[in-house]
Design a protein around this ligand. Structure first.
Ligand code: 5GP
Ligand code: ZN
Length: 114
């Protein structure tokens, strides 16, 4: 837990979120400013800053394999997009690693406009 981290505060229940899933490794909640009709954030409970610091193989596989299950649970049967922003030049704003799961609209192309 990092005391000045927004997502650590959400994980600790100190700040509210619209949670859709949780287990011993991650919590999943709705993005406060959705870029698609469905926009979820998959967030590890451990305070890992970014993909540059992610060295936990079990957690990595867990998050990847959770994505299609969450998408199915959200009714995204025709596909979805996964985005990981890394570092300031990669568009990362919250420095606690998270996977974006987007879907429910037409997400054509490479999606850099997200
Ligand atoms: P990043 O640009 O770091 O990959 O994405 C951060 C995401 O967190 C953004 O999509 C932003 O809308 C979302 N976000 C920022 N603050 C909050 C918050 O307090 N609650 C929730 N649910 N999402 C947030
Ligand atoms: Zn954190």
């Amino acid at each position: 837990m990092s005391t000045d981290c927004l997502f650590c505060k959400i994980i600790a229940g100190e700040l509210p979120s619209e949670q859709v899933y949780s287990d011993e490794k991650v919590i999943v909640f709705k993005d406060i400013n959705p870029k698609a009709p469905i926009h979820l954030l998959i967030v590890p409970r451990d305070h890992i800053i970014s993909l540059n610091e992610l060295d936990n193989d079990d957690l990595t596989v867990h998050m990847m394999r959770l994505l299609p299950k969450l998408a199915k649970g959200q009714g995204l049967n025709n596909g979805f997009r996964t985005v990981i922003n890394t570092g300031p030049a990669g568009g990362q704003i919250v420095f606690h690693i998270h996977l974006h799961l987007l879907g429910g609209g037409s997400l054509d192309g490479a999606g850099f406009s997200m």
